[in-house]
Design a protein around this ligand. Sequence first.
Ligand SMILES: Cc1cc2nc3c(=O)[nH]c(=O)nc-3n(C[C@H](O)[C@H](O)[C@H](O)COP(=O)(O)O)c2cc1C
Length: 367
Amino acid sequence: MDIDTSALFAPIVINRRAAKNRLSVAPMTRISATQDGRATEAMTRYYERFARGGFGTVITEGIYTDQAFSQGYFHQPGMSDEAQANAWKPVVNGIKAHGTLAIAQLMHAGAISQGNRFRDTTVGPSPVQPKGEQMTFYHGKGTYAPPVAMTEAQIADAIDGFAESAARAIKVAGFDAIEIHGANGYLLDQFLTDYANDRADRWGGPTEKRVGLAVETLKAVRAKVGAEVPVGVRISQSKVNDYHHKWAGAERDAEIIFGSLADAGVDFIHVTEFEAWKPAFATGGPSLMHLAKRYAPHAAIFANGSLHIIEQAAAALDDGADIISIARGALANPDLPRRWSERGVLNNFDPAILGPIAYIKEAELAM
Ligand SMILES: Cc1cc2nc3c(=O)[nH]c(=O)nc-3n(C[C@H](O)[C@H](O)[C@H](O)COP(=O)(O)O)c2cc1C
């Protein structure tokens, strides 16, 4: 098969910021910060390699947003105060030095927090025990405890944490853009998920209400960073603790979720599925990236999920995606864009990189 892959190397503008190509590093938590949540020199070298390797955009790992319930993992980096924001500066400078856009992913772990130095209990939409087990490669062990249902004041504080952290990420650390983590089973996705949210107030009920926390967070971040900063939201069906979850309302849910984000002025939506090109719901139906484009036509769509085969990545651009984000393929090939443009061979991803604990290893940086 010899298909035209040049579209992967065409620039794109997302709310006034130009990315030099359509290739992005997907967010990956590597728990390599200091105990008090400051980014380190190893992280600077780790992120800089992707920019040097030709990625147009780098999205950071999930960064926690407050000094209450947001932290998910010990040694996760934060953006919850000036010291943490300052520690990101060298990382951001290293990324930008190569003409690559730096996007901060802001994340609140909610009920699936498994390591928080500020709190020893968790909160979520409702006191429903999360499915699945904690991740051992992030120091977790056993099942998750049921969270305490968030009060209205705690919800307001969580939204505020995102907004204040977004302002620090842009104004102090120097990031180009913000990605709000609304996917993969973390707090905003817990509110979106039917079985995790049985609230009877304005944050629960039908999908329109359950997506409300993601929408209000987006609006609060926008109000803090202004119209000129690209702000996006990551959305998935799958969760780290419930891999096969599907939205009960299928395409109608997709319409509500992507449409609500579009109405709230989202600049980009980052969708992730195990295999991005597969039908999101029934056999033969559209992919999630296709539905995101259909219901948020003015947003740039980042598509993620097993897109490390160049032909498949190029085909995704014809199926609604504007940018392809790559996680495991980027770990194995920090210079993947360069290899692709030169039609070089890729290294296979070796999961041993992440074991037994997923912190950044010197051997990896020497690759
Ligand atoms: C080590 C590791 C850490 C991850 N951490 C995050 C994260 O912090 N935030 C997030 O949204 N997704 C995270 N993900 C999910 C990836 O962004 C991506 O969705 C997933 O790996 C599938 O993409 P791939 O097929 O290109 O690997 C992580 C994935 C891996 C492998």
